[in-house]
Design a protein around this ligand. Structure first.
Ligand SMILES: [Zn+2]
Length: 267
């Protein structure tokens, strides 16, 4: 299909402006690299999920209608606290719960007629990729090990800029979302630091690593999977607005520290 020159403009969270998307070129053809944070399959989807994914669906179709290819990655967070908590509450295996809820998600989105993402990697299938990213951050001095492996947020200048939050407002949101964790000796050194690798509770999955048996923290999965499927720099990183802090803020910090390439996401 010929490039019709249709211009896509989207709201950019970092600058607060509407920006024109100019996709990069791969093998002589324009290619938009898009990563959208997907579901944690522990419960049925709601209208907010549908709104998010339909929004990006419209974007993908618009760009493709203009003759530009899109490589669309949407992850599945099948290793995470809400999933394990629900599995424990209902007395079911976390894998079964994830399979069941993911099938419902795919059925619902299919009913809405979405353009299926090109890749839907699952955390449980990407542990080696995630561990490589965490190890590199540790080797580069951006992460430290105590009861888990933590990213040192103070090493990234501008932590908070993406979500336009002060330190106080970031800490407040972490507390509200029950993500603050323990600060102090043997745990994380500062409230804004976040786990790249953590120990697992009984009945939770655990993988061997040089940081101890455990599982990945939440944010590192998306940096690692985005880079694996799209490369070290991407055109658009999307997701629900509530993810700007702490998820996308943390992804931005660790990704740019990992590769030294700025920006990780152009929009
Ligand atoms: Zn994500």
């Amino acid at each position: 299909m010929p490039d019709t020159g249709l211009a896509l403009r989207v709201h950019d969270t970092l600058t607060g402006r509407k920006v024109r998307i100019d996709p990069g070129v791969e093998r002589g053809r324009k290619l938009l690299r898009l990563y959208v944070c997907g579901v944690t399959p522990y419960d049925s989807g709601h209208m907010g999920h549908a709104f998010t994914f339909c929004t990006y669906d419209v974007m993908v179709r618009f760009v493709e209608a203009g003759g530009v290819r899109v490589r669309y990655v949407q992850n599945v967070t099948d290793v995470d606290d809400p999933l394990f908590e629900r599995a424990r509450r209902d007395g079911v295996d976390w894998r079964e719960l994830a399979e069941h809820e993911l099938a419902i998600h795919l059925r619902d989105m299919g009913a809405l007629g979405w353009r299926v993402p090109d890749f839907m990697p699952r955390v449980s299938g990407e542990i080696a990729t995630i561990l490589r990213a965490a190890s590199k951050l540790h080797a580069q001095g951006y992460a430290y090990k105590t009861d888990g492996l933590y990213f040192d947020a103070s090493r990234y200048r501008g932590y908070g800029k993406l979500s336009h939050r002060t330190r106080r407002s970031m800490i407040r949101k972490l507390r509200e979302e029950n993500l603050l964790g323990t600060v102090g000796p043997g745990a994380k050194q500062d409230a804004l630091d976040f786990p790249l690798w953590r120990s697992s509770k009984p009945e939770e999955p655990a993988w061997p690593s040089k940081f101890g048996e455990g599982r990945p923290g939440w944010h590192i999965e998306c940096s690692a999977m985005a880079m694996r499927y799209l490369g070290e720099q991407i055109d658009i990183h999307g997701g629900g607005r509530d993810l700007a802090f702490s998820h996308h803020e943390s992804e931005r910090a660790q990704s740019e520290c990992l590769t030294g390439k700025i920006p990780f996401a152009r929009t």
